[in-house]
Design a protein around this ligand. Structure first.
Ligand code: ADP
Length: 663
């Protein structure tokens, strides 16, 4: 603040030197005004005493009597205080980096600069001394001072600039050297003879600085140019005559006023745009970053769901085996029939939910593979109807069929197509009230096989219709909750339909108006030879298959026990091992015909056991992998290790029978 007061004095002195050098009346160079305004903006109104002191001394040096000097200093303090108050009241930023700030600041400079001249004119009018100073010239001098000094002192001089790159530093140095060179032309007589080219040069320099260097350098450029221009008539090579001097100073001041205001606007607008651009870039980077994080989280969640479903399947395997065992033991005929049926139903339900969950994570990881073959759509429909029959019957629903005459050949994965139809039928049964109707129809149209499943159930409201094929979407409705579900069935249906090159569409006239789902699949060609579709083996055929010595290897004792019991009841001789080494030694001693081998064993992996068994027994043993992982690469790995077959957990009794049957 002290430095500001000193500057006030020095600049006041400079003005006085110019005054006396040229007796510039009526032109007035009122440089201290901008310093006083800057000081109070920067340090607050409470520092008025410094301004008062400096203004007082300045006035005394100017030759005013103490009374006049006091009034002059009060006027200075008043002018600066009103300006600083308005600056803060309007909440202007001291960086002048927004168009709003420079617009309001220019307004403040124009209006408050009138305070000292008004007071001064009033005082002069009281004195009898003749003077020819006019109010407007005084005001003009005051405005120039505010425009030139305030931004420079508030921002330009005190800003901590980050170190510029060498290229930027060079550009700044070049721009200012050229600016100073152009400014010094005003010391010669040429500008008066060819004003326009010089003004244009000046304009070019200012535009360069405003657009490329911002408000801080702009305030420096304005200050440097103003000083050089105002010194020109006094120290230049083409000094005007005494009667021309005032006019020259006034025209220079008008010129600087216009330039300063215009280029402050331009550079602050540009700086504002640059700031907005930088913050937008930062925001975009932030968004990209958080998007990346969300994707990673999503991937982790998908992986977690896969692991969860996988882990939950493991305990289900022995439960399912035990149920099969009980079934084989004929326990169904006892008083435990109902509870066991109940458990079997629930286990199947949980298995299906887990399979759906696994499928969704496979979809998200792009891991669904189709094993397409020529398939009659009607056959999938029949299997699906069989599968949902108990549920449909329990809800007392009437199912009508209206099928296209003859087979409808498509190229599809039988299990996946069945899954699509089961999901649609299951939903139709779930979302239709008891005694309702479900209609299944097929037709051909536009080169596609069309399956329509409609019901007269609870229907779907128009807002929900576009969403129901997304993951985890369920209409919030009591019936939905009654039957549970994860909200992923239709997501699976759509993905599987699309993987088959088909489409799925839902229609409903609204709540309680029923729903209609239309599946379209590209028509395929019939298979070359008939009977390529595997026929289900009869249970009798299975039980009649010759008895074998089977080694069951799994670290989960429950699995070994329950599976062993099922195999025993099927008439086989069962050997049991709980780790790899034990499996190898039992195999060496007992030479089993079949080994059912878990992959994840506590000591060595199932792959290593298989390799070693294959080396020892050659083709004399059949190796069946039982693994929690059922992707193509897992199956390939099993094959490379020497396995004949690969079963994915939970392995049902039907899977085991099937595996043993084909041997
Ligand atoms: P879930 O049945 O497990 O809730 P889905 O993905 O199979 O999940 O279905 C999503 C939602 O679509 C269901 O919650 C239900 O609101 C609606 N929906 C599906 N099928 C029908 C239908 N046939 N009638 C009425 N609403 C249905």
């Amino acid at each position: 603040m002290f430095l500001f007061a000193l500057a006030f004095l020095l600049v006041g002195h400079f003005g006085r030197v110019i005054f006396s050098a040229g007796q510039t009346y009526p032109a007035v160079v009122l440089a201290p005004n901008g310093i006083a305004l800057a000081a109070l903006i920067k340090y607050g109104g409470k520092k008025w005493k410094y301004i008062m002191g400096a203004a007082m001394l300045n006035a005394l040096f100017n030759g005013l009597l103490p009374g006049g000097a006091f009034i002059a200093s009060v006027l200075y303090v008043l002018q600066a205080s009103v300006g600083a108050w308005a600056f803060h009241a309007l909440n202007l930023d001291q960086r002048f980096s927004h168009l709003r700030d420079t617009l309001w600041f220019s307004g403040i400079a124009l209006l408050t600069s009138a305070i000292v001249p008004i007071g001064g004119m009033f005082l002069l009018s009281l004195s009898t001394a003749p003077n020819n100073t006019t109010f407007f010239y005084w005001w003009l001098g005051s405005i120039v001072s505010a425009l030139v000094f305030t931004p420079l002192l508030v921002r330009g001089l005190s800003e901590q600039r980050p170190a510029a790159s060498p290229a930027k530093g060079f550009e700044i140095a070049l721009a200012f050297s050229l600016l100073i060179t152009v400014d010094f032309f005003f010391w010669t007589k040429y500008p008066t003879e060819a004003t326009l080219p010089f003004v244009l040069l000046q304009l070019g320099m200012f535009t360069w600085i405003a657009l490329r260097m911002g408000m801080s350098y702009m305030s420096w450029a304005t200050f440097i140019s103003s000083v050089i221009f105002l010194c020109a008539p006094f120290y230049g090579f083409d000094r005007p005559s005494a009667d021309q001097l005032s006019l020259r100073i006034i025209s220079t001041e008008v010129y600087m006023c216009i330039f300063a205001i215009l280029f402050y606007f331009l550079s602050s607008a540009f700086e504002e745009r640059n700031e907005a651009f930088t913050s937008l870039k930062e925001k975009i980077e932030e968004l990209e970053h958080s998007n990346q994080r969300i994707l990673q989280e999503d991937l982790k969640k998908t992986e977690f769901i896969a692991v969860l479903a996988h882990e939950l399947r493991n305990p289900l395997a022995p439960i399912a085996n035990n149920l099969s065992w009980m079934e084989l033991e004929g326990i169904q005929e006892t008083k435990y029939k109902n509870p066991i049926d109940g458990i079997t139903k629930q286990v199947r339900h949980i298995s299906r939910l887990l399979e759906d969950l696994l499928d969704v994570s496979r979809i998200n990881q792009g891991k669904i593979e189709l094993r397409k073959q020529p398939l009659d759509l009607h056959q999938s429909i029949r299997y699906a109807i069989d599968s949902v029959r108990p549920f449909v019957q329990a809800r007392d629903l009437e199912v009508t069929l209206d099928l296209h005459p003859g087979p409808l050949w498509v190229s599809a994965d039988p299990l996946r197509l069945e899954q699509i139809v089961i999901n649609l039928l299951n939903n139709a049964a779930k979302y239709t009230n008891p005694k309702g109707r479900i209609r299944i129809s097929t037709s051909i149209g536009g080169g596609t096989a069309i399956l329509q499943i409609s019901d007269n159930g609870i229907g779907i409201c128009p807002e929900m219709l576009p969403k129901i094929f997304d993951s985890f979407i369920q209409a919030d409705n009591s019936i939905t909750r009654t039957f549970g579900g994860l909200g992923i069935g239709l997501k699976l249906v759509r993905t599987l339909a699309e993987l088959h090159g088909g489409t799925i569409q839902a229609e409903s006239d609204g709540l309680d108006k029923g729903s209609r789902f239309t599946l379209k699949l590209p028509l395929g060609v019939p298979p070359q030879e008939s009977g390529s579709i595997a026929q289900e083996p009869s249970a009798a055929a299975l039980l009649n298959s010759s008895n074998k010595k089977i080694l069951v290897v799994d670290d989960n004792k429950d699995v070994v026990y329950s599976l062993g019991e099922v195999l025993r009841l099927l008439g086989h001789e069962v050997l049991k091992a709980y780790d790899g080494e034990q499996a190898l030694s039992i195999a060496l001693t007992h030479r089993p015909a079949i080994v059912l081998l878990d992959i994840g064993l506590p000591d060595i992996t199932g792959y290593e056991v298989a390799k070693s068994l294959r080396e020892t027994f050659g083709s004399g043993v059949t190796l069946i992998a039982i693994s929690g992982y059922g992707q193509a690469e897992d199956k390939l790995r099993a094959k490379q290790a020497g396995f004949d077959q690969h079963l994915t957990k939970p392995v049902s009794m039907a899977d085991i029978k099937e595996a043993i049957k084909v041997l």
